[in-house]
Design a protein around this ligand. Structure first.
Ligand SMILES: Cc1ncc(COP(=O)(O)O)c(C=O)c1O
Ligand SMILES: [Zn+2]
Length: 409
C-alpha cells in the first residue's frame, strides 16, 4: 500500500496521516487505497500463487493493506470459499456457465469476515484494543468472531430489527452489543459518535476504507478459481455498497497488475424497500441520497449507502446496471437456490439468482455468457423469514407406521 486517494478532491494521504476519511469530505468514504502495482508485479506472480498451499486470503498479502505478520497474528481462516458450478440453475435458463460464489462458507457464515479480518489485523498492528461497528447483523457476527480469535474487544451497534439468530450469534462470540432502538442508519451514527468519544477503532462500512480492501479478496478468488478468465457478469446484493465496490476494486487491482484482460460487468441488486442506490443510478448521480428503508431483507435494508459513491462507480465504470426486486421475489430466490441447487444462501445473497432470471429473460445477459452469483451469507440465519410460509413438505405424524402410510407411497 502506498497512499489513500480521495475521489472527492484528488488529494493523496500517507496511511499514517489519516484514520478513515478525507478531512475535506468527512462523513463520506471517498478514499481509495492505492498500491505500487509495478513493484508488486516484480515480487508477486500467478506462479507464486499456484504453489501456495494457503487457501485463505493471506495468500494475497502482497496486495493487501495489512502486513503478512499482522495477518498471521490472528488465528482465523477467511476466504477460500467454493465457487460452485450451478448446473441445475444454468440448465433452467439454457445457460452453461452460471457459478455461485458461496461466501456463506466463511467461519461466521458471511462475506463480512473478509472485511472484519482485514480491519482487525490493521487495528491490532496499531495497538488498538477495542473495535466498534454498526451492523445490520452479519458484519457484527463477523467482527465478534474475529475479535474473539484476536483477543480484541468488540463493540457492536445493531438496529432494533436485527434478527434473533444474528443477535444471538454476536452474543455467543462474547462481544458487547447495543441494540439501538432505531434503524441501521441511526445505529451507524451512534457508533460513529461513540468511536470519537471513547477512542474505539471504527470498522464501519462506508467509513473505514480498509473494509473494501478485505471484501475485494472475493474478486481475487473468483478470478483465480476461473483460471484467470474473468466472468462476463457478477451479480451482487447491495446495502451500503461496500461489497460491490470491493468486488470492483478486486478486479481493478488484478487488471492493473496485468493479470486479467477485462473487468466483469457488475450488477447491483437492491430491495424495492431500500432502493437509494438504484434511484441514484437511474438519475445518473455520483452520490446516493437518503431514502427511508422499509425492506424486511434486513441485511440490505439501508437508507443511505455509506459506500454509495464507489458503488455507483462500480456499476458505471463496468457498464453494469442496478435492479430492484421485491422481498417476496428474494424469498422465492432463496427457496429456488436451496431446492434446485442445494445451496441455502441467505435471502439477500440468493437474490442474485432471481436477478439473473430477470436479466436473462430480458436478454440483457445472454445465454452463452459466464455469470457469477455472489452469495454473501448463510440461509440458516434467515429462517425466521419463512416462519409464516406454508411448506407442504412438512408433515406432523404420530409415531406409527400406519400414520406414515398416507404420505409414503
Ligand atoms: C448477507 C449480506 N449480503 C449483502 C450485504 C450488503 O453489503 P453492503 O452493505 O456492503 O452493500 C450485507 C450487509 O450487511 C449482508 O449481510
Ligand atoms: Zn477529499
Amino acid at each position: 500500500m502506498t497512499e489513500l486517494q480521495c475521489h472527492g478532491c484528488g488529494k493523496k494521504y500517507r496511511p499514517e496521516e489519516i484514520d478513515y476519511v478525507c478531512p475535506e469530505h468527512a462523513g463520506n468514504n471517498r478514499l481509495e487505497v492505492l498500491y505500487d502495482y509495478e513493484a508488486i508485479k516484480n515480487r508477486f506472480t500467478k506462479a507464486d500463487l499456484a504453489v501456495n498451499p494457503d487457501t485463505t486470503i493471506k495468500r494475497y498479502a502482497s496486495i493487501l493493506p495489512a502486513s503478512r505478520e499482522a495477518l498471521e497474528s490472528i488465528p482465523y481462516h477467511v476466504g477460500g470459499t467454493p465457487l460452485i458450478k450451478a448446473t441445475a440453475l444454468s440448465k433452467e435458463l439454457g445457460m452453461d456457465n452460471v457459478f455461485v460464489k458461496f461466501d456463506a462458507s466463511n467461519p461466521s457464515a458471511s462475506l463480512k469476515d473478509r472485511a472484519s479480518f482485514m480491519v482487525t489485523a490493521l487495528a491490532k498492528a496499531q495497538g488498538r484494543n477495542a473495535i466498534a461497528a454498526a451492523s445490520s447483523g452479519n458484519a457484527g457476527c463477523s467482527l465478534a468472531a474475529v475479535c474473539a480469535a484476536a483477543d480484541v474487544r468488540a463493540i457492536l451497534f445493531v438496529p432494533k430489527a436485527i434478527p434473533k439468530a444474528k443477535l444471538m450469534q454476536i452474543a455467543i462470540y462474547g462481544a458487547e452489543v447495543f441494540v439501538v432502538q432505531g434503524s441501521y442508519d441511526e445505529a451507524f451514527s451512534l457508533c460513529e459518535k461513540a468511536c470519537e468519544e471513547f477512542g474505539w477503532y471504527s470498522r464501519n462500512t462506508g467509513f473505514n476504507p480498509y473494509t473494501r480492501e478485505g471484501k475485494k479478496t472475493v474478486a481475487f478468488e473468483i478470478a483465480e478459481q476461473l483460471g484467470w478468465n474473468v466472468p462476463d457478469w457478477v451479480i451482487v446484493p447491495v446495502g451500503d455498497g461496500c461489497i460491490i465496490s470491493g468486488v470492483h476494486k478486486g478486479f481493478l487491482d488484478l487488471y492493473r497488475l496485468g493479470w486479467i484482460e477485462k473487468i466483469p460487468r457488475i450488477v447491483a441488486v437492491q430491495a424495492q424497500g431500500a432502493s437509494s442506490l438504484y434511484e441514484s443510478w437511474k438519475r445518473g448521480d455520483e452520490e446516493p441520497s437518503y431514502m427511508e428503508a422499509t425492506s424486511s431483507v434486513d441485511s440490505i435494508n439501508v437508507g443511505l449507502p455509506g459506500d454509495g459513491g464507489f458503488a455507483l462507480k462500480a456499476i458505471k465504470d463496468t457498464d453494469g446496471l442496478a435492479l430492484l426486486m421485491s422481498d417476496e421475489e428474494m424469498h422465492q430466490s432463496m427457496l429456488e437456490m436451496s431446492q434446485k441447487q442445494g445451496l441455502m444462501g441467505c435471502v439477500a445473497g440468493s437474490s442474485a439468482w432471481g436477478a439473473l432470471k430477470i436479466l436473462n429473460q430480458k436478454k440483457t445477459i445472454k445465454s452463452d455468457e459466464t455469470v457469477v452469483l455472489l452469495n454473501t451469507g448463510h440461509g440458516l440465519k434467515d429462517i425466521a423469514h419463512f416462519e409464516n410460509h406454508t411448506f407442504t413438505s412438512i408433515h406432523t405424524i404420530k409415531p406409527d407406521i400406519n400414520d406414515l402410510k398416507q404420505y409414503a407411497a
